[in-house]
Design a protein around this ligand. Structure first.
Ligand code: ADP
Ligand code: MG
Ligand code: MG
Length: 876
């Protein structure tokens, strides 16, 4: 069997093995730090492989592992000159989880293992510090009770809180040895009452219990949720790290802290962190005491601070990335407990990448690869309008920038439910814990009353790119009555507030927003990305406003202009309705004639913006009844306006009703039945071109797109219709017109018969929304009822309407691409579905060598970056 346990300082998985996969992130980084010669307490890693082994052996720790672990403990004993379970000089260890990718706070860690009623006396005598020994012991009972024995932590916390109240003190540090003695007894009573067993006095039993609990925590609800949100495979498993304890809670020459080597909120190159004197690790993050700014350590523990600064530099040089670090100081000696790439806001990610290129730590290629494209659009979305009136009711720490408005919600589950109803929420909590992860994901923003800049809420929100205000102590939350008070203000659940994570302000109501400025660093990264990408990026838009935004974001044309969206305008809908309701061809033509000038003007506006770039115009696609009135009152209004009877209209609506409108009389089928509709649309497009020509505007090359084609005959007929219209207009204005005619590929038959269809098409645009719908036979509008079950049961890895199903829908795209290009080498191929802006799908489109993707305006930068990454990764 392969090696299953690795010592930190003797690190070395066999070459060719990815050591993060085996050791997990925490174990790998501890080993690396030890190798760099940094002060790391001795320890070892039980590999992720054992996690699987553990589940296969009925959730028991295999014998072999027990033996090897004992051997490794004796190595730590030798190095530290202490003994596990010894009555005079006991070794204490921590048992820490660590998976391949960091899942902050998702899984469990237990500190101070090895203490019992007897060894605690040994520890007291050895250190001459009874308070410290007892404080450590009560922490062990608390953590072990919670993590291994499953007792909710509030049972312990309440005991401490109540005790402090009766004693009249505020801080834990004000409690003395005797106080902890009493509390230890109370804690042990809780354990006895809840588990019907005494707190385990056998230190080995403690160790096996803790290791097992870490493995079990891999499958806790919160860890599963986190994996689901972040697409982390369930089979990876977690490693377990066992490490000698070092103590930050032995007195005032001790401390514990966390730090980032750069500011994770802005990206600025400055030390950013927090620490507490006389405390143990988890105190800083848990928010039980308010930590101090790390910069102040320059005064309180100057030597250690200088040492830390040097280590930060060393680690950045080694990892070529911003690091998130944990450390502890024991009697003026620094110990490193963790390093990893730090979570950061999208804004910080960009600044750090650009700065590191300037510092020559990384190349611009690496910078492009490093930024998660999915986070970019949060940078482009609007920020609070500086001129808007604001009613500020509280301030907190600016933990994660961005502005968000929504209904106040006090529970994570409620936030999740409201999201399902498409409602925006702000999750308001005293402090967040890993159990809240689903709600943090669902909410638009997060507000906490307690916790610092490195609290759980702050770190997770930054990672998600979500606005967060943390530690707003003015906010007094009353969970029971579902309200919070701040000064004279009372805010109830459901009331709307706005938070600004850049300034830490909390405001009443919805504050209006304005367009955000694109930073110079952002543009730099985009230009690098453009250098490395092959796929062109276009946009889906039909209004001049959208087209303008998209072009500013770098769109290289329009990949989908949906003409029906132009019909919904108030002034036009009546003519659209007249056209649909008309019984004779003449009536219909009359209505269409009224629509023509509107549609022509729309095109002139869009062509003006897109100056010379390609514009794909899709002819009318949706079923006609979508445009018809739904209520009796609406019908009455229209009847009056069109001079028809109520019943006539009602009858026509019944006539137009379809059982399966998505598969009904729509797309090119409309063009076949009512050629005059498509004729009018073509006339509008080409007349618009003629007008642009007259106005000396650089001409776009329109690409006329016929929707829902499944046979060559359909496109043959409709291509003729387009050609005829062009000839007419050319003659009328005696001008030359360049244009293309193509089709959407959104039906499986069209993909299969791509070769025939390509005879009449200059381009294909894959309508992946419909193609996914028709390939799976799943209606997009009805899939909400069961998609989650499909994801939960692992039938779908991801929602196929979000990320392309490579093996099915992707296969059809591949087939259509190959067959189409056999017929016509110059065939232009693109994507215009929702998938065109999805980074995972873009990877696939690069692989099958499409020419372009098209996506909504705010996704354009996302697609530019994703396309560059797709190309660079393919080349690797
Ligand atoms: P997480 O991944 O939740 O941060 P960790 O395993 O890093 O969990 O540990 C939780 C806290 O305990 C951290 O603050 C860490 O620094 C501290 N800690 C872990 N191991 C030790 C140790 N051997 N000595 C002192 N503190 C430790
Ligand atoms: Mg940690
Ligand atoms: Mg479609």
């Amino acid at each position: 069997m392969n090696k299953l346990i690795y010592r930190f300082n003797n690190h070395g998985t066999k070459s060719g093995i990815n050591s993060k996969e085996v050791l997990g992130g925490k174990g790998e980084n501890l080993a690396q730090m030890a190798k760099l010669g940094l002060p790391v307490p001795p320890g070892f890693t039980i590999s992720t492989k054992v996690c699987e082994y553990f589940y296969r052996s009925n959730k028991k720790i295999p014998k072999k592992i027990i033996q090897e672990t004992k051997k490794e403990i004796s190595v730590i004993e030798k190095i530290s000159k202490k003994k596990f379970g010894d009555l005079l000089n006991p070794l204490l260890v921590s048992v820490r989880s660590g998976s391949r990718v960091s899942m902050p706070g998702m899984m469990d860690t237990i500190l101070n293992l090895g203490l019992n009623d007897k060894t605690v006396i040994g520890l007291k005598n050895k250190t001459g510090n009874g308070r410290f020994a007892k404080d450590s012991y009560r922490r062990l009972i608390q953590m072990y009770g919670n993590v291994v024995l499953g007792i909710q932590s509030h049972f312990f916390e309440e005991l401490i809180e109540n005790y402090k109240l009766t004693k009249g003190v505020i801080q834990d540090t004000e409690l003395e040895e005797e106080d902890w003695d009493g509390l230890i007894q109370n804690f042990k009573d809780v354990v006895k009452e809840k588990t019907k067993k005494i707190f385990p006095q056998d230190v080995n039993e403690q160790l096996w219990g803790a290791i097992g609990a870490v493995f079990l925590s891999w499958n806790s609800k919160r860890a599963k949720t986190y994996r689901k949100i972040n697409y982390i495979p369930d089979h990876w498993g977690t490693a377990v790290n066992v490490q000698a304890m070092v103590f930050g809670n032995m007195g005032n020459d001790c401390a514990t802290g966390v730090a980032f080597t750069r500011n994770p909120s802005t990206g600025k190159k400055e030390i950013f962190g927090e620490y507490l004197i006389n405390a143990q690790g988890e105190d800083v993050v848990a928010g039980t005491r308010t930590p101090k700014n790390l910069l102040s350590m320059d005064k309180s523990m100057s030597k250690i601070f200088q040492q830390l600064k040097k280590i930060f530099n060393k680690l950045e040089k080694k990892y070529k990335d911003m690091q998130d670090i944990e450390f502890t100081v024991e009697n003026n000696k620094l110990w490193m407990l963790q390093t990893r790439s730090g979570k950061r806001t999208p804004k910080a990610a960009i600044k750090i990448a650009v700065d590191m290129v300037q510092e020559k730590l990384i190349s611009n290629k690496e910078a492009v690869l490093r930024i998660d494209p999915n986070t970019l659009d949060t940078l482009l979305h609007p920020t609070l309008d500086a001129k808007a009136e604001k009613k500020i009711i509280a301030t907190g720490l600016p933990a994660s920038p961005g502005a968000a408005s929504g209904k106040v919600t006090f529970s994570a589950d409620k936030a999740e439910r409201l999201k399902e109803q498409m409602q925006d929420t702000i999750l308001v909590r005293i402090e967040t814990s890993p159990e809240d992860i689903n709600g943090m994901h669902a909410a638009k923003g997060i507000l906490t009353a307690r916790g610092g800049m490195t609290s759980h809420a702050a770190v997770v929100a930054r990672g998600m790119g979500k606005p967060c205000v943390s530690g707003s102590s003015e906010v007094k939350i009353d969970y029971e009555n579902k309200l919070f008070k701040s000064g004279d203000h009372e805010v109830s659940e459901g009331d709307i507030i706005t938070i600004d994570g850049a300034s830490g302000k909390v405001m009443l109501g919805k504050v209006p927003t304005v367009k955000s400025n694109i930073s110079r660093d952002f543009s730099k990264v985009m230009l690098w990305a453009d250098k490395y990408r092959k796929l062109k990026v276009r946009t889906n838009s039909e209004t001049p406003a959208d087209a303008k935004i998209a072009k500013d974001f770098g769109a290289e044309g329009i990949g989908l202009c949906r003409t029906e969206h132009m019909f919904f305008d108030e002034k036009r809908i009546i003519s659209v309705r007249q056209m649909i309701l008309s019984k004779t061809l003449d009536d219909r033509k009359e209505a269409l004639a009224k629509l023509l000038p509107y549609q022509k003007n729309d095109f002139v506006e869009i062509f003006k913006i897109m100056k010379g770039l390609p514009v794909t115009v899709r002819l009318l696609d949706p079923p006609l009844h979508e445009f018809l009135p739904k209520t009796d009152k609406d019908i009455d209004n229209i009847a009056k306006e069109l001079n028809m009877s109520h019943n006539d209209i009602k009858f026509r609506i019944i006539e137009l009703h379809e059982q399966n409108p998505m598969l009904g009389h729509r797309g090119c089928r409309l063009g076949i039945s009512f050629p005059e509709i498509y004729q009018m649309q073509c006339e509008a497009i080409f007349e618009a071109l003629a007008e642009c020509k007259k106005k000396k505007i650089k001409l776009v090359i329109p690409e006329i797109m016929i929707p829902l084609v499944s046979t060559a005959a359909e496109i043959q007929i409709l291509r003729n219709l387009v050609n005829k219209k062009v000839e007419e207009i050319k003659k009328k204005h005696s001008i030359k017109i360049k244009y293309y005619v193509g089709t959407m590929i959104e039906l499986p038959r069209a993909a299969l018969r791509a070769k025939d269809i390509a005879k009449y098409a200059d381009f294909f645009s894959f309508g992946t929304n419909d193609l996914t719908q028709t390939t799976f036979g799943i209606s997009r509008d009805d899939s909400g009822k069961f998609l989650n079950d499909y994801v939960d049961n692992k039938i779908f890895n991801r929602d196929p309407f979000v990320s392309i199903d490579e093996r099915g829908v992707g296969e059809l795209i591949k087939i259509a691409t190959e067959r189409g290009r056999v017929e016509k080498k110059s065939l232009k191929l693109g994507i215009c579905g929702e998938h065109g802006g999805d980074p995972a799908s873009i990877k696939f489109f690069e692989k099958v060598k499409l020419n372009y993707v098209s996506c909504s305006p705010y996704r354009v930068p996302v697609a530019r970056l994703a396309a560059a990454q797709a190309y660079l990764e393919k080349k690797k």
